[in-house]
Design a protein around this ligand. Sequence first.
Ligand SMILES: [Zn+2]
Length: 479
Amino acid sequence: MEYEAIIGLETHIQLNTETKIFCSCKADSWNDPPNTNICPVCTGLPGVLPVLNKAAVEKAVLLAHAMHSEIRPVSYFDRKNYFYPDLPKGYQISQYDQSLAHGGYLDVPMRDGEMRRVSIHKLHIEEDAGKTKNEQGRRLIDFNRCGVPLIEMVTGPDIRSAEEAAQYLIRLRQLLRWLGVSEADMEKGHLRCDANVSIRPKGADYLNPKTEIKNVNSIDAVRQAIETEIKRQIRAVEGGGKVEAWTLSWDEDSGTLSKMRSKETEADYRYFREPDLLPIHMDEAWKSEILAAFPELPLERRTRFMAEYGLPAYDADLLTAERSLSDYFEAAVSAYGGDPKRVSNWLLNDVMRMLNESGKTAGELRLTPQFLAEIIKMVDKGTVNTPTGKGLLEKTEETGKSPREIVEAEGLGQVSDSEAIRQICAQILADNPEQVARYRGGKTGLLGWFMGQVMRATRGKADPNTTRRILQELLDTSA
Ligand SMILES: [Zn+2]
């Protein structure tokens, strides 16, 4: 029997607001000692009242709009009641039946070029809980994360493989950063994912009980954990057993799943309306204010780059991986005025390496798009040769000076005067009679060695094409 997997993902996205969702404690405490960003509100002391952070709602609306979700004109907060040591209030403020948004989808390009549309069932705002850890036989609690604003987003059961789940997360992460609503760093817990997995005979239209995998903290872990769980369920069913609705925890180090508990049902949480908060009234005026600066999204921009600039999909994909890089590209193309593919090549080969090495984003470079365009133009015109042009990238980045200024100050202009090059070539041949004899004896690979000598003599400034032509002429004809 052949099986297919039915996978839905629940993601928790940490919004990158300055402060927490219901108090003015700092939201991001990644580098802070435990229990230093807390107050009576986020630790649930009696007699305090939560006040909603407007910025969290606005970021949630940006995300909902990007997911093509319908935003409710009025949405409510609810209490999700459960007991756990990292939840001092005894309930989490969340949204239940009337959440900020519902419906929508994310289109995910797959590796084979196909597009998979993953539906979004639910999108709501909630607060995070704290963290617990075991140390030397004791349970330690850190409340710093209590009250950090989260978006929980639940997909429909539309994902069919571990790889598709990974691609969904890659695109979601790209989108979150693009919109500027979350740092989306999985290692830091900004983007967390639980996976619901079930299997059924291929072609069947019913759903079997699903398991929920928790504690998957990287895209690779998601891929591996789902793969492992699909195989486990197939083995269970083929062995005559059944799959029970368990909650499983992924252990990254051993690559295994272990049972945490039987899955709770919603009734276990005794949801009811949060009495301390007013509903969110998202009127048209506020919504249009939030969406006024809504950007062109990565996939739209990718399509446009291919159509408008004639770029291959590969280039368009890389250039739109990150918003500031794609803005940089467009600014450089406009300053350059020539073939966009040429700008793409310089960016993807050389500037990308600088970005990777420095950890900067394209927008932070001192090598501005205008400076990059200037360098490419100088190479095109033969003012400098290609290796000098590449060297100029680093020099411009280091000094912040215009490439033209650097060329003038350092005398880097290319020697393209063929008479001058001819004299230098002739001198080098005269100085190296042995190599000349070997070349003429058939070792024509030595041409590269002669090229190197000319470049050394001119400090890299000789035009390579002219040099090669003259060297060949001198070596081949005076034999
Ligand atoms: Zn607080």
